[in-house]
Design a binder for this molecule. Structure first.
Ligand SMILES: Cc1ncc(COP(=O)(O)OP(=O)(O)O)c(N)n1
Ligand SMILES: Cc1ncsc1CCOP(=O)(O)O
Ligand SMILES: [Mg+2]
Length: 208
């Protein structure tokens, strides 16, 4: 049997059912080893309180811990890294603050976005949305499999080699065909949080 697991990034999202901590714990119990704390419309103090708890949890599981948007907080608490999109601090500026030791991810919807983040020194790309999702407001245009194929082809032609994680509306069934496009990992939230048993669903995804 091939000993290969899906490179999975679990992204937290507010729900009435689970706390941020419990949702991250379930993803970790299911075998995910990359957690992103994403808390929108919340004060930095509140994000910091949650981040400190999740950081401890991720340490216990030997998991990477990334925070969405908050560069200064990542620097302050020494999280493993930050994820930045179009409306956030530019990757190059974050790199100046954080140095080389921290992971910096950048959001892309087009090859030009990928190129910009690559040139600015990003460590990985979050590329999406794959399809419509209610988890994020003001979504960029949906990419689908064809969008990923085209971006990966342009990356290869430009000799740009960066880990590239697909995101947005992804379910277990989508993952094999997304991985066939050359995408190197998957980021998701809703499909785990909506599952009857989020731990079992994470295990199923990890072992695809
Ligand atoms: C892995 C990953 N990819 C993309 C995003 C989206 O980031 P951004 O465009 O900054 O949007 P918000 O998440 O801040 O609403 C992400 N967080 N993670
Ligand atoms: C942060 C982010 N950016 C695009 S979709 C998304 C959240 C994850 O989406 P989903 O809940 O559909 O997996
Ligand atoms: Mg952001």
């Amino acid at each position: 049997m091939e000993d290969k697991t899906v490179e999975l990034q679990f992204i937290t999202h507010f729900t009435d059912t689970y706390s941020y901590y419990d949702s991250a714990r379930m993803a970790l119990e299911g075998g995910c080893r990359w957690i992103q704390l994403r808390m929108k419309d919340t004060s930095v103090d509140e994000v910091e309180r949650e981040a400190i708890r999740l950081q401890g949890l991720c340490k216990d599981y030997g998991a990477t811990f990334i925070i969405d948007d908050h560069v200064e907080l990542v620097n302050k608490i020494h999280a493993d890294g930050v994820h930045l999109g179009k409306k956030d601090m530019p990757v190059a500026e974050a790199r100046k603050i954080l140095g080389k030791e921290f992971i910096i991810g950048g959001t892309a919807n087009t090859f030009d976005d990928v190129k910009m983040h690559y040139e600015a020194g990003a460590d990985y790309i979050g590329c999406g949305p794959f399809r419509f999702t209610t988890t994020k407001k003001a979504l960029s245009p949906v990419l689908g499999l064809e969008g990923y194929r085209s971006i990966i082809q342009q990356m290869n032609e430009a000799d740009i080699h960066l880990p590239i994680v697909a995101i947005g509306g992804i379910t277990l069934e989508d993952i094999p065909s997304i991985m066939e496009t050359g995408i190197t990992g998957i980021a998701l939230s809703g499909t785990i949080l909506r599952a009857k048993d989020p731990v079992a669903e994470t295990k199923r995804i990890m072992n695809l």
